[in-house]
Design a protein around this ligand. Structure first.
Ligand SMILES: [Mg+2]
Length: 395
């Protein structure tokens, strides 16, 4: 059997560990730009505040609420503590996301699940819900429905049917809007309809990913617990750039910042890439994604920045549109040890930067092209992001 541990409103619970007076109060955690709610307590949810609600709409809905900025450095501390407890309880554990683990449940009584739940609450201070089922997909579904602070088990056919009956198919992680729309065209909107559908048809409609979910919902495990993070196909850095901007210096500075973060990640994973992709999302124009193939396999700042700055004017001509989100993506990855060298390689500034920053702090020595972002670097909330937490298998 497979267990799934999932913290209840994790970011809020993590804040309550260090600020115990927040218990029982409506609490909202804000994204790094302080504009949107990215997590809320059950008390705040009851006031009508949803994930994604901007602060200016949340405050009138919940004026007595406490609003805090997220701090991934702290959340990672608690996440690793949770992981260690689950690892002590099971020989096979997957670090799925910052607040979720899958584990091999050798003893699958409700009692053992409750014991693990109370151990995590006592030693970490975070309430979790636990689901146990024959497959990862069912385990995640039953832990979701057991929230808050519940435990649920899918033991037999009857439990499985009860769990799936009438439940929207979008409750299954892996079936998002587009796939749900495709299924709806064929009259499939619930989990039980999906599980009862013809397997070959699901494979035709949603490829192997859909077929895997079909097996899993039918109680046959095809998605193993991954103790080691699977190899990356892509590595991406970026996200929102705060208030949308069409200032060329600011947008360019964000490209530089994201390339520096990407190079950090490539160095961590000891990989380099053959292609670089730049993706820009605008508030008032369709998304643009462009790819550049590099001269040999690259993992250093200068080569990747050159490629990104080559793509930038091809993707966006200021002042035509407001840039809102940006990603730089390393593609066609290969281990540094097996990289294709170029005839035109330069000595690496990157090594100096890495040596200084590992002593003096992340971003202490950085490109002068990031100068327009004094606000971003001056705010500690931007120092560490969720994608900087290594080892998770969710992305
Ligand atoms: Mg959670």
């Amino acid at each position: 059997m497979i267990g799934h541990v999932d913290a209840d409103c994790f970011y809020v619970s993590a804040e309550r560990v260090r600020f115990p007076h927040l218990r029982g109060m409506p609490v909202g955690v804000l994204g790094n730009h302080g504009a949107c709610i990215i997590a809320k307590s059950y008390e705040m949810k009851a006031a009508g505040v949803k994930t994604g609600t901007p602060i200016w709409e949340a405050v009138p809905l919940c004026p007595q609420g406490v609003y805090l900025k997220r701090d991934f450095t702290w959340y990672e501390v608690l996440s690793r503590k949770m992981l260690a407890i689950v690892q002590a309880a099971s020989p096979r554990v997957e670090f799925y996301s910052i607040d979720e683990q899958f584990y091999l449940a050798r003893d699958w009584t409700l009692d053992t699940a409750r014991r693990l739940q109370s151990e995590i609450l006592q030693r970490v201070g975070v309430p979790v819900s636990i689901g146990i089922a024959p497959t990862k997909t069912l385990a995640k579904l039953i832990s979701d429905t057991s929230k808050p602070f519940g435990c649920g088990i899918v033991l037999d056919q009857h439990d499985r049917q009860e769990l799936l009956a009438g439940r929207p198919i979008t409750d299954v992680s892996g079936i998002a809007k587009r796939n749900a729309a495709r299924l709806a065209e064929h009259g499939i909107t619930t989990c039980d309809q999906f599980a009862a559908a013809d397997r070959a048809f699901i494979r035709w409609l949603l490829t192997k990913t859909g077929e895997d979910l079909w097996w899993e919902l039918n109680g046959i495990s095809v998605l193993p617990i991954q103790m080691k993070r699977p190899e990356h196909k892509f590595i991406s850095r970026g996200g929102s750039i705060g208030a949308a901007s069409r200032d060329p210096a600011r947008v360019r500075a964000f490209v530089v910042r994201n390339i520096e973060r990407l190079v950090e990640a490539l160095t961590h994973y000891k990989v380099c890439c053959d292609h670089l992709i730049l993706s820009l999302l605008f508030t008032d124009a369709p998304e643009r994604t462009l790819r550049s193939s590099l001269l040999g396999s690259q993992g250093d700042f200068d080569a990747l920045l050159e490629a990104a700055l080559h793509l930038l004017p091809l993707a966006w001509q200021p002042p035509t549109a407001f840039v809102h989100y940006m990603h730089v993506i390393a593609a066609n990855l290969r281990p540094v040890a097996r990289r294709q060298r170029s005839l035109f390689e330069q000595p690496k500034l990157e090594d100096i930067k890495h040596a200084v920053n590992s002593e003096m702090g992340r971003f202490a020595l950085r490109s002068g092209a990031t100068m327009p972002l004094v606000d971003v670097y001056g705010d500690a909330a931007n120092a560490y992001d969720i994608c900087d937490i290594y080892g998770k298998s969710c992305f």
